[in-house]
Design a protein around this ligand. Structure first.
Ligand code: PLP
Length: 440
């Protein structure tokens, strides 16, 4: 018999919440107890419109029947199979389904449980690949300022968000190229005009350290967590060309941009730039079950397939790499995206979404508005001496008014489920308009 639990637990002290202002939260908890399609239900019975697809992940919307049923069925049929030296059908099927939607040439899939693990895995694949080819001197990794690549040591090392880095030592041999956030691009629609030349910093670093010492360069095609920083026109192409010149692997961290957010399966396809490795997670299972993956080209994968056949080729993996329930959720999610044409839908909605988000440009304190695919950001002027406070107040007020937005620093980011209707966009942006008119 199911336990009848209280909607709001009496004791909130034990749970140390991630990336949360714990003391503020526990004084005035914001609890979700249910969800369906575009909405959450709060503990006090209110409906909240999901403007963020959970945490950039519930791309198919909430509690979608196909995904729920697939998980229930799999849990009853094969709950777990060892991930090492044993297999089960769903993981192979999901890997094939991913290959089918991935950019051409991305033929192989390594499963993980999160975006952070995908990043660690990709960095290790890059280093080990060069070593397998007799280029073990390529040990340098290049990330980007303001980049977010999860919270593990590799990810924070190549990442460029100061608060995530300052308490911890970094990996050695890591450098960064500049973020593509330029004042002259403020209020751009879609990809901004200025800044393709910021990619040339990679060329400069190749000149300083020797291009042949650099293993990989990792970037988010569109930086999400730092507050939505877009790639200027021509920037990613230039990065690709520099990587090619020096034999550097290009890793696209598509944990946010994957699975339709950019109106294509992956941002690589939207921008027409092919990386060597793609990291993904979140939308892979529409956020329902933790799962991530690294997609690799055959050239990379095949470099590992050497030596005696009974020997493990890559000493890496997780107990839950491609676990049956996650794989079943992933398959049902990809089927949902396909059956409902959700990637195409995101592209169709982009213009309406962009118009709506940019209608906030003249609101108080707004210093920039950015949009691409089904992502939108509104940057607010910080309160002098109290950075983040203005946007956080807007977040709390928005929640009270029935919409879920997300803030980083003084930037409001929105990334709704791809099933969003025009009426939802009107509600989201209309409510945010009221919030911004009142925020101090
Ligand atoms: C680009 C990128 N990489 C990695 C991660 C980390 O993913 P996770 O929180 O699943 O570890 C995120 C999470 O937002 C992300 O946006």
């Amino acid at each position: 018999m199911a336990l009848d639990r209280p909607k709001v637990p009496n004791d909130l002290s034990a749970f140390w919440m991630p990336f949360t202002a714990n003391r503020q939260f526990k004084k005035a908890p914001r609890m979700f107890v249910g969800a369906k399609d575009m909405h959450y239900t709060t503990a006090d019975g209110r409906e909240v419109l999901d403007g963020t697809a959970g945490l950039w992940c519930c791309n198919a919307g909430h509690c979608r029947p196909k995904i729920t049923e697939a998980i229930q069925k799999q849990a009853a049929e094969l709950d777990y199979a060892p991930a090492f030296q044993m297999g089960h059908p769903r993981a192979f099927e999901l890997a094939s389904a991913l290959r089918d939607i991935a950019p051409e040439g991305m033929e192989h899939v390594f499963f993980t449980n999160s975006g952070s693990e995908s990043v660690e895995t990709a960095l290790k694949i890059a280093l080990a690949y060069h070593r397998a080819r007799g280029e073990g001197h390529r040990t340098r990794l290049v990330g980007r300022e303001k980049g977010y690549h999860g919270v593990n040591f590799g990810g924070i090392s190549v990442g460029g968000i100061t608060n995530n880095k300052r308490m911890f030592p970094s990996l050695p041999n890591v450098t960064h190229i500049p973020a593509t956030h330029l004042k002259e691009n403020a209020f751009s629609r879609g990809q901004p005009e200025h800044g393709a030349d910021l990619a040339d910093e990679l060329e400069r670093q190749a000149a300083i350290y020797g291009g042949e010492t650099i293993a990989a360069c990792i970037v988010e095609p569109v930086a999400g967590s730092a507050g939505v920083i877009l790639p200027p026109k021509g920037y990613l192409e230039r990065l690709r060309a520099i990587c090619d010149r020096h034999g550097i692997l290009l890793i696209f961290d598509e944990v946010i941009t994957g699975f339709g957010r950019m109106g294509a399966p992956f941002a690589a396809q939207r921008f027409g730039v092919m990386p060597d490795l793609i990291t993904c997670a979140k939308g892979l299972t529409s956020g329902v079950i933790p799962m991530g993956a690294v997609l690799a080209t055959s050239a990379i994968h095949d470099a590992f397939m050497e030596g005696p056949e009974h020997v493990i080729e890559f000493f890496h993996g997780y107990t839950y790499s491609g676990t049956p329930i996650a794989a079943a959720a992933g398959l049902a999610t990809l089927e949902t995206y396909k059956e409902e044409g959700l990637f195409e839908r995101a592209l169709e909605m982009e213009e309406y979404w962009g118009d709506a988000v940019h209608s906030l440009a003249d609101h108080p304190h707004v210093i920039d508005v950015r949009n691409l695919g089904l992502i939108g950001a509104i940057e607010l002027e910080p309160i002098a001496g109290e950075p983040t406070k203005r946007a956080f107040s807007a977040f709390l007020d928005a929640y009270e008014k029935g919409i879920l937005i997300r803030t980083t620093g003084d930037i409001i980011a929105m990334s709704p489920p791809l099933i969003i209707e025009k009426a939802h966009i009107d509600q989201l942006v209309g409510t945010l308009s009221d919030v911004l008119k009142r925020v101090h």
